[in-house]
Design a protein around this ligand. Structure first.
Ligand code: ASP
Ligand code: MG
Length: 411
């Protein structure tokens, strides 16, 4: 008998019919003799609806009150699911985040979980009940309702699994696992049976929407066994995120491709090439709480230098404004940028031991006339910044180039 945490996303609980199906799936897991703790999202579209309502009243909704509104979506689904379980003879009890309690910091709308009290859940499990917990929410250290950022119920589930030392955390979603890339863009994309934690972490941070990045970080920190599965189809093993690298495994050089449109490029041209200039520019951006991702500095020959860097698209105009104000102080010739860009990345553990991966990537993109604006690399990923209009083409080209469409298994 195992303790399993199951998380069902918005699509999986998107209608009464689907909620009833989820109940059946939970009942089946119970019938196999397992203890089950369930985490649910709001019904699909609900959180967007709540965000829109808030924006009709305030252009910049008060974060504390925003969380009060946002947390209601999940409260509906936990109650409905508990009823659906009772209807088919499965004892169940639902709890909001604060009732559990999932304690967070006070960063409303993007709070971080600090601790979870498992006493109540344990007592219910002991009494043979299924425990249903609202995802995406908690209670702040000031006693206010908090939420964990969009997509946050993945993180709730993994955090609960860690707190309960669950045997497995199963994330049920509308796809049947982690794919080599988004199948809506590349129909030949394949589901992977396993992916290593490091690769999953890169893919999630580079734009893959399958799992919220914080949930992957949590799984790594607490070594939670994490599996992604479909709630819409029967059977299927989904994708297991593994921590062990099998020595004998023939590592795929590239395992997956991620893309991200939430990008904008900023150029600062002709600043004096002297110590401290990078700090003056990027420090000011960081002080404004803007996340800088890729950075390039080119030394010119007239004692000046150029900087390019990327920021999230929503921070494009604020960054331009901020640097516009600093232009004279830093002695720049020109501040410009482009927010019609995107980042496409290839990820694979096998890159560590293979040379020529980057040149292969660049050659494939060149063959389709796709211009690369910026490049950044780590041990297991290469990212390029390109014109947004080539995002899907680049993803398809690279998927083919690295033969991700072929069932060449990793094992
Ligand atoms: N309902 C929240 C959202 O849409 C949390 C989640 O679904 O993970 O972002
Ligand atoms: Mg999600």
């Amino acid at each position: 008998m195992a303790l399993i945490v199951q998380k069902y996303g918005g699509t999986s609980v998107g209608s009464v019919e689907r909620i009833k199906n989820v109940a059946k799936r939970i009942a089946k897991t119970r019938a196999q003799g397992h203890d089950v703790v369930v985490v649910v999202s709001a019904m699909s579209g609900e959180t967007n609806r709540l965000v829109a309502l808030a924006h009709e009243i305030q252009a910049y909704p008060d974060p504390r009150e925003m969380d009060v509104v946002l947390a209601t979506g999940e409260q509906v689904t936990i109650g409905l699911l508990a009823m659906a379980l009772q209807n088919i003879g499965v004892a169940a009890k639902s709890y909001t985040g604060w009732q559990v309690a999932v304690k967070t910091d006070c960063a409303h709308t993007k709070a971080r979980i600090e601790s979870i009290d498992d006493a109540k859940m344990r007592a219910d499990l002991q009494d043979g009940r299924v425990v249903i917990v609202a995802g995406f929410q908690g209670i702040s250290s000031h006693g206010d309702i908090s939420t964990l950022g969009r997509g946050g119920s993945d993180t709730s589930a993994v955090a609960l699994a860690a707190a309960l030392k669950a045997d497995e955390c199963q994330i049920y979603t509308d796809v049947d696992g982690v794919y080599t890339t988004d199948p809506r863009v590349v129909p030949e994309a394949r589901r992977m049976d396993t992916i290593t934690f490091d690769e999953m972490l890169e893919l999630a941070s580079l734009g893959s929407k399958v799992l919220q990045i914080r949930s992957v970080e949590f799984a790594g920190k607490y070594k939670v066994r994490l599996r992604v599965l479909s709630s819409l189809q029967e059977g299927g093993e989904g994708t297991l995120i593994t921590f062990e690298e099998d020595e004998n495994m023939e590592q795929a050089i590239v395992s997956g491709i991620a893309f991200d449109k939430n990008q904008a490029r900023i150029n600062v041209r002709g600043v004096p090439d002297k110590p401290g200039i990078a700090y003056q520019i990027l420090g000011a951006v960081a002080d404004a709480n803007i996340d800088v991702d890729m950075i390039i500095q080119n030394v010119g020959n007239e004692g000046t230098t150029d900087f390019s860097f990327t920021v999230p698209r929503g921070d494009y105009q604020p960054t331009l404004d901020l640097l516009g104000n600093l232009k004279n102080t830093i002695g720049a010739d020109e501040i410009s940028g482009d927010d019609n860009v995107c980042k496409v990345s290839i990820v694979g553990l096998g890159m560590r031991s293979h040379v020529g991966v980057a040149s292969k990537m660049f050659r494939a993109l060149a063959a389709d006339n796709i211009n690369i604006q910026m490049i950044s690399t780590s041990e297991i990923k290469i990212s390029v910044l390109i014109d947004e209009k080539y995002m899907e083409l680049a993803t398809r080209v690279l998927h083919k180039e690295f033969e991700l469409d072929q069932t060449k298994e990793r094992a």
